[in-house]
Design a protein around this ligand. Structure first.
Ligand code: ATP
Length: 211
């Protein structure tokens, strides 16, 4: 404690420790309270091929929010664990991902794009949007990517079983989870408008904390 007192008195050029503490609080309260003072954090999730990347790129362009693509982040930083021979891909090192973006998420103002959402801290997100696509439409989109039949079937099954939606509902309060249909370009436009409206509403409700 005496050390803290000395540091505060030095940094705030004040002898009165109460005044120092008050100044420290005024300067740091937003960070200490985990308040998203740069805007809301929005998660865009869904089975691969449901349109997350396409939607997110338009969303960040039109809102100025910061895009965090977990797939890109993992690739750039080699945040991988064991190789899963069944899935023919590397496991994501979730702890490294969390450590890397925690500071940024605490500040807020991020759009996160990933096909899973259950390992993130619940406190990070103000809204979770889950894109859903008709099975036949999804099959055709994945076929165009030249995925193996097995990989296509696995993803389509995952969509039929609403795996990502249930994961979101199990991990977050149901009132912040939104299911959005993503079969056609019209749906894409509607979804963009829905999320932008949601962001504007959030901002008007949190005016007093935004920078
Ligand atoms: N609502 C939509 N209407 C028509 N085409 C769409 C729609 N959403 C996505 N697509 C098309 O489907 C393909 C896959 O979309 P996208 O890459 O955005 O999916 P994704 O969910 O990000 O996939 P991944 O998780 O593998 O990155 C793209 O060719 C995209 O143009």
């Amino acid at each position: 404690m005496p050390k803290v007192k000395l540091v505060l008195q030095r940094d705030y050029k004040q002898n009165d420790i109460k005044q120092c503490a008050l100044r420290f609080w005024r300067k740091n309260w937003k960070k200490m309270c985990d308040i998203h003072f740069k805007g809301p954090n929005v998660m865009i999730t869904g089975t691969p091929g449901t349109g997350k990347t396409t939607l997110c790129s338009q969303l960040v362009e039109q809102t100025g929010l910061n895009l965090i693509s977990i797939g890109e982040l993992a690739k750039d930083n080699n945040f991988y664990g064991e190789y899963d021979s069944e899935l023919q891909s590397y496991e994501l090192d979730e702890d490294k991902v969390i450590d890397e973006i925690d500071e940024c998420m605490k500040e807020g103002g991020n759009v996160v794009d990933y096909h899973g959402c259950d390992f993130f801290p619940e406190r990070w997100f103000d809204a979770v949007f889950v894109l859903r696509t008709d099975n036949t439409v999804l099959y055709e989109r994945l076929e165009k990517r030249n995925y193996s039949q097995r990989k296509i079937q696995e993803n389509v099954q995952c969509e039929i079983m609403r795996v990502v939606l249930d994961e979101a509902l199990d991990s977050y309060k149901s009132e912040i989870v939104y299911e959005l249909e993503s079969d056609t370009p019209d749906h894409m436009e509607q979804n963009l408008a829905t999320i932008k409206n949601w962001i504007e509403k959030w901002k008007s409700e949190h005016r007093q904390i935004l920078e």
